[in-house]
Design a binder for this molecule. Structure first.
Ligand SMILES: [Zn+2]
Ligand SMILES: [Zn+2]
Length: 646
């Protein structure tokens, strides 16, 4: 008999050789029907792998990420089989699961595959899946494995096997198909009810551009057709909301190959948006006791050697900048923190002066490979809404509460109402991984947890996820499409105060080391605007949107009155434009809709006579004729409902 420990701590005594699926059955038939993959002692196993020793078993269903991973990887085998049957002679390489679905890299030889072939591939793969074939793992000697793929003239699998150790090599069979595979499959192909080939793209063998270019076939699969339909709808919506597309349509930002990849250029609309976001945060930060500082875009290499950033970013980063005469070396600033440490160091502080809270919209530069760049979410230069708080350990709890308040204020004002928090703490079993003394760590972790409790946050504690230099609190925000984004990290740091020898004079007249907190509610202006665009689909909150209203005169005759209306709106601090072009009102409305302008104000004969405007809301709702004062009240009411004061 062996002891199998389940995640809830329960221990099952079973005979040696019992499989995970049998254990699931012994718990409940319902569970057994839903279990599609398993982990035993932290290693992925098949649901039919006989367990031969004591250990911990976790069972996964489609609702778990691990379950989805097994489901999608298993589907990649089926799709590979379909491809082999449809395109004889192709050479298969690797086919892993990814965040959403799976891919298979294939050398198609003389065949080409494009979108028009997808339905045929899907049909064939589904046909195979319906055969309800079991996935069966078997061990193969290195010699046999090599021979198998040499006979198939597949140099890729041969290369993979050559790098494996004899005795560790396994094949997976289902139906008539065999693949080199480490395992992690669902019980059989019959569970796969819907398969979609999503795209094809070029991919170099082993990611090396000196190697042959293969075709990467992306796909996804589901246990229900309905789930595939919903996923495709979501994908369609995500395409519409892609921040790169919206950024262009709303004229917010652009990129220039001349200026350089990954370096966004903000257009007037985008700059105005950023400015408003900055003012919004600056105002709240001022109330929260922050002081603004300004630091340069470069710093001496020595600064980053001291901070430790040189060791982290130095080698793979931008190259140093050398001055013409003196032997000086500078680096583009990858982080604002070292500069802020030196600001703290510029004068002596006593415990009565703390906390010091230095804030800066600081632009930093980090090298990213060109293939990694993506719109505003992966760039080479970006501006952080950065701040560093220097305080005593006793002040950590209050400071955390303040930062949580500020972060929640930011999220709520911008329409992010669905979020959870994560507290990352030490792994107590590996104390050597962390710097700083145990007592301080305990206090800091407790301070974060207490602050999260007192603020009523919905949080989870992740053991071992803390940085080596301190525990942290992260916010995970769910956007309108259900995707998770990490935002607003609050990080405790015992490392930099030590590296920069920061001190304050305590009530005992002795010098003490302050604790540092890094925090940035937006993260960076670039990533945040991208997220905001995709979350709102470009329909920004009224207080933030660049143009709140547009005046649309029905004809030239009403231009004068339209100007008068515009003037009055401006007096009420409403950001408005006028569309004076010699076009029909219908066309002007359509274009204003595309520009996502919240209010269209139509002025013609009637409106002029009654000194009103006809108000149409973005999306089509008719608000009737209003006087500009009434309209301005409507705008302020709406703004005040989302933008409270801090
Ligand atoms: Zn496999
Ligand atoms: Zn920092």
């Amino acid at each position: 008999m062996i002891d199998i420990t389940l995640p809830d701590g329960a221990v099952k005594k079973v005979s040696e050789g019992t499989t995970p699926i049998e254990i699931a059955k012994s718990i409940s038939e319902g569970l057994a029907r839903n279990v599609i993959s398993a982990k035993f002692n932290d290693t992925t196993v098949e649901t039919v792998t006989p367990l031969t020793e004591n250990g911990t078993l976790t069972l996964y269903t489609w609702n778990d990420n691990e379950g989805k991973k097994a489901f999608w990887h298993s589907t990649s085998h089926v799709v590979a089989q379909a491809l082999e049957e449809l395109y004889p002679g192709i050479k298969l390489t690797i086919g892993p699961a990814i965040e959403n679905g799976f891919y298979y890299d294939v050398d198609f030889g003389e065949h080409t595959v494009s979108e028009k072939d997808f339905p045929t591939i899907e049909k064939k793969a589904l046909e195979i899946a319906r055969g309800k074939h079991d996935y069966k793992m078997r061990s193969v000697s290195k010699a046999d494995a090599l021979q198998y793929y040499k006979e198939q003239h597949n140099p890729y699998k041969v290369e993979l096997i050559e790098n494996l150790e004899d005795g560790t090599i396994t094949f997976c069979d289902h139906s008539t198909f065999t693949d080199l595979c480490r395992g992690g499959h669902i019980p059989n192909t019959g569970i796969i009810k819907a398969i979609k080939i999503l795209s094809v793209a070029g991919a170099y063998w082993r990611g090396d551009e000196n190697n042959k270019q293969l075709t990467r076939v992306y796909g996804i699969s589901f246990p229900k057709q309905k789930e595939l339909t919903e996923y495709l709808e979501l994908l369609e919506e995500a395409k519409k909301r892609d921040h790169r597309k919206l950024g262009k349509e709303l004229e917010l930002f652009t990129f220039s190959q001349k200026v350089g990849q990954g370096l966004p250029l903000w257009l007037p609309n985008g700059a105005a948006l950023r400015e408003r976001l900055e003012q919004f945060l600056k105002k709240a930060q001022k109330k929260a006791g922050y002081e603004m500082v300004v630091t340069p875009h470069i710093g001496q290499k020595e600064l980053y050697v001291t901070s430790g950033h040189y060791a982290k970013y130095g080698e793979d980063s931008f190259q140093p900048i050398h001055t013409p005469k003196e032997d000086e070396e500078f680096l583009l600033k990858p982080m604002n923190c070292p500069h802020h440490c030196e600001i703290y160091n510029s004068q002596p502080f006593s415990y009565k002066d703390l906390p010091k809270r230095y804030a800066e919209f600081g632009t930093v530069y980090r090298y990213e490979q060109s293939g990694e760049l993506h719109g505003l979410t992966r760039v080479r230069g970006f501006t952080q809404d950065d701040a560093h708080i220097f305080c005593t350990t006793e002040q950590l709890n209050d400071e955390f509460k303040n930062v949580i308040d500020l972060t929640l204020y930011v999220l709520n004002s911008l329409g992010f109402n669905n979020f959870t928090a994560q507290v990352s703490v030490r792994d107590l079993e590996n104390p050597e991984k962390y710097i700083g003394n145990t007592d301080d760590w305990e206090k800091a972790e407790q301070a974060i947890i207490n602050a999260a409790d007192e603020k009523g946050l919905n949080y989870v504690i992740e053991t071992g996820e803390a940085a080596f230099y301190g525990p942290k609190l992260d916010f995970m925000v769910k956007d309108a499409l259900g995707r998770n984004w990490q935002l607003g990290t609050i990080q405790v740091d015992y490392n930099l105060p030590k590296r920069f020898d920061l001190t304050y004079k305590g009530s005992d007249n002795e010098l003490h080391r302050p604790v540092m907190i890094h925090r940035a509610p937006f993260g960076s202006m670039e990533r945040f605007v991208a997220l905001l665009l995709e979350h709102t689909g470009g329909n920004f909150p009224l207080w933030l949107i660049p143009t709140q209203a547009i005046v649309l005169p029905v004809s030239e005759k009403h231009e004068k009155y339209a100007e008068k209306v515009l003037n009055s709106l401006e007096n009420h601090e409403i950001r408005a434009l006028i569309d004076n072009r010699n076009e029909t009102v219908g066309k002007k409305i359509r274009e204003a809709e595309l520009k996502k302008i919240p209010f269209m104000l139509i002025v013609g004969e009637q409106e002029e006579a009654s000194e009103t405007i006809s108000v149409r809301r973005h999306g089509g709702e008719d608000l009737g004729s209003l006087r500009t004062e009434a309209f301005s009240d409507l705008v302020s009411t709406e703004i005040n409902s989302t933008l409270k004061s801090f």
